[in-house]
Ligand binder design. Structure first.
Ligand SMILES: Cc1ncc(COP(=O)(O)O)c(C=O)c1O
Length: 385
């Protein structure tokens, strides 16, 4: 019998903790259980009607062939117009790559930047995919813990303390999945300066750019630095997760390399989705603020309800549609055991903290109807009473 072995690099990979939680919930759902799923990482809203129409129109017009590898010029123009309008920054087309979602953008970036033995600084709690992406490219994640007392905000001093000459990049996710934290512009400016001196990239994942509550959206694009790379996505802001459109903004030389990588992997982002994305970015933006207003209503409700549960303490997330309550007083701080208990006893799915590199917390998504959220939190409270 032949022995067929996978590549060494895949042996380093861990399954996604969020997908696992979702899988368990779906299994129970299929078995007939009345599960309330608070583990979802995607908007519960439908893609806006005019965006869907743009997709239909693209099909009717036979816009169904290969496109430019780096994205259609009209969409790049719309991205340029967005950053000029919202942040007063001018990008050239050669500084933009349209991708298959933020994941597509990050995957090409990892291949283009990370070498075997490099270190990639990663603030924790982090989004589940970052460490796996870093390891897949042969590099090593260097974890930078943030603290609940600081609202999980990354400080430049933490970066300075942990920095080694092997650092190739830092990944900053603001607003952050799972904590909802936003990086302070002052801290970001200092980190960019440190990175410039140390000769490493600052990769800013701004996938949740529009989903913020206290301040208006902001972007690292304002800094206009050569070592800065911005990743963004239409998945969350426009409820377009299935369409798979995102983009990378960065120095022209790097974008050229990323375009070559993309041309040899996915060829180009889906032609139909690119037309839909053009409509999303170019059209009226009222729909985004309506979704954010509803997320805010749910956030306020969820955080208040969580803080009323004994043994639970929840800070107020400043962005995203996640709450990240501290549950370290329950189940001896074993959040996986707590999540398992909530799934079996309360039939509510949540994601345990270790999926995000942080024990003693769980992630609760409020990208679900107010009715489900209310019922889910009622059941959690009852199960923990
Ligand atoms: C922080 C963060 N970045 C990127 C992504 C991936 O988004 P996309 O659908 O654009 O690939 C997600 C999705 O959950 C996310 O939470």
């Amino acid at each position: 019998m032949v022995s067929l072995k996978p590549a060494q690099r895949v042996l380093r990979l861990a399954a996604s903790g969020t997908m696992e939680a979702r899988g368990k919930a779906n299994e129970l759902k299929q078995a007939g259980a009345g599960i309330i799923d608070l583990s979802a990482g995607e908007p519960d809203f439908d893609t806006p009607a005019r965006v869907k129409w743009a997709g239909r129109r693209a099909i009717a017009q036979n816009f169904t062939r290969y496109t430019e590898a780096g994205g259609i010029p009209e969409l790049k123009e719309a991205i340029i117009a967005k950053y000029r309008r919202e942040y007063g920054v001018s990008f050239g087309k050669e500084e933009i790559l349209v991708t298959a979602g933020a994941k597509g953008a990050l995957f090409s970036l990892a291949l283009a930047i990370f070498d075997e033995g490099d270190e990639v600084l990663l603030p924790a709690p982090y989004w589940v995919t970052y460490p796996e992406l870093i390891k897949l490219a042969g590099a090593k994640p260097l974890i930078l813990p943030t603290r609940e007392e600081d609202g999980f905000q990354l400080k430049a001093d933490t970066v300075k303390e942990r920095l080694t000459p092997k650092a190739k990049a830092i990944i900053i996710n603001s607003p952050c999945n799972p904590t909802g934290a936003l990086i302070e512009p002052k801290e970001l400016a200092s980190i960019i300066k440190l990175a410039r001196a140390g000769g490493f990239y600052v990769i800013c994942d701004e996938s949740y750019e529009k989903i913020v509550y206290e301040k208006s959206p902001s972007s690292a694009a304002r800094f206009e630095e050569e070592n800065l790379v911005i990743v963004n996505s239409l998945s969350k802001s426009y409820a377009m997760t299935g369409w798979r459109v995102g983009f990378t903004l960065g120095p022209a030389e790097l974008i050229k390399t990323l375009t070559v990588i993309q041309s040899h992997s996915i060829t180009n982002p889906c032609s139909i989705s690119q037309r839909a994305a053009l409509e999303a970015l170019g059209g009226a933006q009222g729909i985004v603020s309506r979704m954010v207003a509803e997320y805010r209503r749910r956030r306020d409700f969820a955080v208040e309800a969580l803080n009323k549960i004994q043994g639970v303490r929840c800070h107020l997330p400043k962005g995203t549609f996640y709450a990240f309550p501290n549950v370290s007083k329950l189940f001896n701080g074993d959040s996986a055991a707590l999540a398992e208990y909530l799934l079996r006893k309360a039939q509510v799915a949540v994601v345990p903290g270790p999926a995000f590199g942080y024990e003693g917390y769980i992630r609760i998504s409020f990208a679900t109807s107010m009715e489900s959220l209310r019922e889910g939190l009622r059941r959690i409270e009852q199960a923990l009473r």
